[in-house]
Design a protein around this ligand. Sequence first.
Ligand code: TRP
Length: 340
Amino acid sequence: MPRVFSGVQPTGNLHLGNYLGAIRNFVSLQDEHETIYCVVDLHAITVQQDPAALREQILEVAATFIAAGIDPKRSIIFNQSRVVQHAELAWIFNCVARLGWLNRMTQFKEKAGKHRENASAGLYVYPCLMAADILAYQADRVPVGDDQRQHLELARDIAQKFNHDYGREFFPIIEPLIHGQATRVMSLRDGRAKMSKSDPSEQSRIGLTDDADTIARKIRRARTDPERLPDEAALADDGGLSPDLVDARPEAANLLTIFAALARKPVADVVASYAGAEFSRFKTDLAELAVASLAPLADRTRSLLDERAELEAILDSGAERATAIAQPVVNEVKRIVGFL
Ligand code: TRP
């Protein structure tokens, strides 16, 4: 079975974009893959974190994974810092990756912003740690959002350079599994910006722990445009929304996309049902649908968080199972490199 690895950062609360864009996809991959899902706390501290909040957020991400349907028996769920091989292999990869490669990373430029001199060295070598995450398990499939594509390409380059420098076909070629267009969730305030935890407006995102009233209110207040909902003319040949629609009416496109994803229907069906409708009616239905799918997820997450000892036991056993895979791989890497 192909091995899947992915990671989610325990920074800030998870939102609808994380769920539809990543976590829900992780659930379905369990059927035909060996799946390893990691709460990447080492990545989290590349920017400053409050220790108490970090601990809670690690547990919250793990609880959300399980609440969403990731089965801790079938999948390995753990937090990164518990498996030392991540940090060990990352160091070796720091010595394989070239400064020129890292200098091209657009996410570093965005995150470091104008204060580049003040960014942590960890933020700079973040992609080397991400490569280590994947390659410590010799994982071949990595589900990520489009924003992580460049990091995956770097991981591939690291694997290839390692293989080349040491004259061994040791690391596999990583296949990105980029989530489809259908799950790219945009801000509720601006259809051209990704839904993001770093957006200062709470109204821009639906949190996975928001209560029913909050979810409904955010959807009712979501930005739209003055027109009615589009008809079939808005569809592309492949049945998805046409690029013209997405470009001209990004908010309408986003709400239709969210509706289709939550209803697990093709977007063409949703367009057909609401062609020419007022946004108010559509939003009422969307709010109902969102509450019906997200409120139970929030409830399950909360009750898992209440059973803290159980959750910690799941992370313990996940770390143990992860170590059993990563340790022999990294031991072999150390031998190849020439360590005694
Ligand atoms: N960088 C990823 C993100 O921010 C998280 C991540 C860390 C990851 N390590 C990974 C994703 C390994 C896939 C594989 O979304």
